[in-house]
Design a protein around this ligand. Sequence first.
Ligand SMILES: [Zn+2]
Ligand SMILES: [Zn+2]
Length: 93
Amino acid sequence: MSETEFAICPYNESHRIAVFRMPKHLVKCELNYRGPPLKICKYNAAHRVLDMEEHLKECPYYRRFMDNKCLEIALTTRTAPTQEDGHVVSTPL
Ligand SMILES: [Zn+2]
Ligand SMILES: [Zn+2]
């Protein structure tokens, strides 16, 4: 039982490539590619798409990135000193 994940090569639908080999494959396949230029997703270099805006709507890596960002913001606001319950604690950050 192998757990290898396969993905479709963005340059050629008939290429089914193991996900871990995709970066290498893309470099090679890009050289033979004759179609319209594809944009490289900022959040996963293995994502090559024509329409980046459309792609970001469904890119799981982008979504994860945005989730992390929201988490970061939540954590930052939580550490803001809002102690108004009587005892003042001075915690040097
Ligand atoms: Zn390919
Ligand atoms: Zn992407």
